[in-house]
Write a protein that binds this ligand. Structure first.
Ligand code: IVH
Length: 717
């Protein structure tokens, strides 16, 4: 059989087909590695496509060849190939609202924060939330110099070359009001028709199709070969900005209008609204146009229009207080529940997961969905009330169920069709032993409500392998240490690997050294290769000096999420300080405990969890081993030049020019720590009229006291 003229497939015996398939698969795989990992293609596109087509044709003739074949693998770009760009202004995400009430609450929160009465109108913009991927474009003197993806919000990928191929992204900006430096942000997306065209071509080439326009847009933008990006009709809407020292307008609406003048496309459905009713009316209008827009949107974004008010409102964690995404309702589909599996989480929570007969919900194939907890399966909520109609109200294996999916949220099993319940379906018995370590799994009593917790937890703690694996996954995850190439799969591999076991975080950092001393080299194991191992070790090395907040978050201490981790990092400055405070604070009468209690935003549950964590000798040993490997870096001081940077400030009494929330946010923006009570550590008490016991405490501890006007004088730049 000659290479140039392959035999008609119908003439091949199954053995011949198999042999040819094996040979072609090896060629495709080698070409994939050359192209994607080594950046050095060995085949031109046409030959590669021909190889793939033949491979797929063989698989169609002999279907068993499909199993595990390279044809099913997406030629995905391995992570870490683009240069990184640090965003000078972080790229934030948005909080979500799923109901009209939640929108009304958002508007009320904005009023309250700004100290406005409910009937004093505040203007908002309302615009479609485009379902694509966000991109930050930096222009200097009107010329496009950089394009970066969002990444983790702080650092994205440099896709400048790719962005330049997008027709709707201007290479130069025109207009008298274009600032010296302008970072314009917006959404890259694909229209429905163009998406269908791309998938058709993927199909023709025997390549995997994209699940939805957003994935296709992301796959098209993040191409090492920018000519592929150029061949995909990507589009762009501008709706936000990063660094822009001189703004072309004082309102959200005005700045976006300026973007239009400078040469960007902006969304024509954006409007300015002054009341909740007007916002909701705009939402319904946009929703009614959704099907005919020709591109995917997944909700409506509301933003405070006045930029001075936006600045006062600021941010919480990673989302602005001045904006919210009102998401469209979930999408539904019906399928069969084939099994219920129990997953053990990082804190020992037993979570029931529904294994479903595959079904498409809103363009995405769903095979798993959450069943929340055992009461949910039985059909009751936390108050013991029924959560679904029908008698009996429970969910059983074999049931025909409705699956709901809203945006990126994990799909969930919502309702059961009792008419379709098989006669032999039995009620599900929730395990009371941990499936991973056989320890008892119990439902704790909530001391405050006096009720049983909805979650059943494994009591195995440190002996439970499932919890250990989940803790490791959390430690390396994107918002924690963020180690490239060390995902869930790899953690599971190393945890179980007899040659290079990773049982706790410190083990990750000794991998390279242990591999060097080992005969059974990692590079010779299935799924690895010399290059991927070298990359992995480099990525691990790169994380020996993690930011303090990420390190604390990564430890997976119960109730310490990103926000609390950041608070602690800001307050204590170093890990050693947090650790010694945590240990000393186990004594409830200690000054360290008082200080911990006084940190604004850190509640009793968090204090309890922290002291428990640091009070556990095993955790101390684990930390010793880990800190021998890594050195957490203190947070860059926020506005360290401000006169209150690093100071501990307490506000008390009535404030007139700002609300209490606003005062706190302002102080934090200036690098101060805000405490709820006055102690000897307090640097400053800002007291308005009506201040009481805190004034006395300040006198007792010799703390400086100023009034609100004094505060504004102090922080005035
Ligand atoms: S504003 C500080 N406006 O939604 C706020 N975001 O969930 C910055 N998105 O990462 C975002 N359409 O990718 C904004 N009209 C719109 C949007 C929009 C889509 C995306 C964006 C962002 C995500 C947040």
């Amino acid at each position: 059989m000659s290479e140039s003229e392959p035999n008609p497939i119908a003439d091949l015996t199954p053995r011949q087909a198999k042999a040819e398939h094996k040979r072609l698969a090896a060629q495709v795989e080698a070409a994939d590695i050359a192209y994607h990992q080594n950046d050095a293609p060995t085949l031109d596109d046409a030959s590669y496509d021909a190889l793939r087509r033949r491979l797929v044709a063989l698989e169609e003739a002999v279907p068993e060849l499909k199993a595990g074949s390279v044809s099913g693998k997406v030629g995905a770009r391995p992570a870490g190939k683009f240069a990184k760009i640090r965003h000078r202004v972080p790229m934030l995400s948005l909080d979500n609202a799923f109901s009209d009430e939640a929108v009304a609450e958002f508007v009320q929160r904005v009023h309250r924060f700004l100290g406005r009465k409910d009937d004093e109108p505040i203007a908002f913009t309302a615009e479609p939330k485009i379902d694509g991927l966000s991109l930050s474009l930096r222009y200097e003197k009107g010329a496009l110099v950089h394009a970066a993806t969002r990444g983790d919000g702080e650092e994205g990928e440099d896709v400048t070359v790719n962005a330049r191929t997008i027709a709707e992204i201007p290479k130069t900006l025109a207009g008298p009001d274009v600032p010296e430096v302008a970072e314009v942000r917006g959404e890259v997306y694909l229209g429905h028709a163009d998406f269908a065209g791309i998938n058709e071509r993927q199909r023709e080439k025997g390549l995997t199709e994209f699940a939805n326009p957003r994935n296709a847009a992301a796959g098209s933008l993040r191409q090492l070969d920018a000519s592929i990006t150029a061949s995909r009709p990507l589009r762009f809407f501008a709706y936000a900005w990063g660094e822009m020292p001189v703004l072309p307008a004082q309102t959200q609406f005005g700045v976006v209008e300026a973007f239009g003048r400078w040469g960007f496309r902006t969304n024509p459905l954006m409007a300015r609204c002054e009341t909740v009713e007007a916002l909701l009316e705009r939402y319904r209008l946009i929703e009614s146009r959704r099907a005919s827009l020709g591109y995917d949107i997944d909700g409506v974004v509301y933003k405070v229009d006045d930029l001075a008010l936006q600045a006062r409102l600021g941010f919480v964690s990673r989302a602005p207080r001045w904006a919210i995404a009102h998401k469209f309702p979930a999408e539904l589909a019906t399928t069969v529940l084939e099994a219920i599996e129990i997953q053990v989480g990082r804190t020992g929570a037993l979570s029931p997961v529904a294994r479903l007969r595959p079904v498409t919900v809103g363009g995405v194939v769903v095979t798993n969905a959450t069943l929340h907890n055992e009461d949910y399966i039985r059909g009751f909520d936390s108050k013991g009330e029924r959560i679904r109609e029908g008698e009996p109200p429970d969910i059983r294996v074999g049931d025909t169920v409705t699956v709901k999916r809203a945006g990126d949220v994990i799909p969930r099993v919502a309702a059961v069709d009792l008419d379709k319940r098989p006669a032999d379906a039995k009620p599900y018995v929730f395990p009371t032993l941990c499936p991973a370590c056989q320890s008892h799994a119990t439902r704790e009593m909530n001391p405050r409500s006096g009720k049983e917790d909805a979650v059943r937890r494994c009591t195995g703690g440190l002996i439970c392998p499932a919890q250990a694996v989940e803790r490791l996954k959390h430690f390396v995850s994107r918002d924690a240490l963020d180690i490239d190439g060390l995902g869930d799969k790899q953690i599971e591999f190393f945890h179980a690997d007899p040659d290079l076991p990773v049982k706790e975080p410190a083990d990750i950092f000794t991998l390279a050294e242990r591999d060097g001393a080992n005969l059974k080299k990692l590079k010779d194991k299935e799924g690895f290769g010399a290059q991927s191992v070298a990359k992995l070790f480099a990525a691990i090395e790169d994380r020996r000096t993690p930011p303090l907040n990420r390190f604390i978050f990564g430890l997976g201490i119960r109730h310490i999420g990103e926000t609390n981790a950041r608070l602690l990092a800001r307050h204590y400055g170093s890990f050693e300080a947090i650790r010694s405070a945590g240990v000393a604070a186990t004594d409830e009468a200690s000054p360290e405990r008082q200080e911990l209690d006084s940190i604004d935003g850190v509640g009793p549950t968090v204090v309890e969890a922290l002291t428990q964590f640091f009070g556990e000798p095993h955790n101390q040993e684990l930390l010793d081993r880990l800190l021998a490997q890594v050195t957490p870096q203190p947070l860059e001081a926020v506005a360290s030049a401000s006169p209150v940077a690093g100071k501990i400030v307490v506000f008390t009494g009535a404030l007139e020019r700002m609300t209490r929330d606003e005062a706190k946010a302002m102080a934090e923006r200036l690098g101060a720590k805000v405490a709820g009570s006055v102690s000897s550590k307090t640097d400053l008490l800002v007291a308005g009229p009506g201040a009481g016991s805190k004034l006395k405490d300040a006198a007792k501890h010799g703390v400086e006291v100023i009034d609100e006007a004094g505060w504004f004088d102090l922080v005035a730049t």
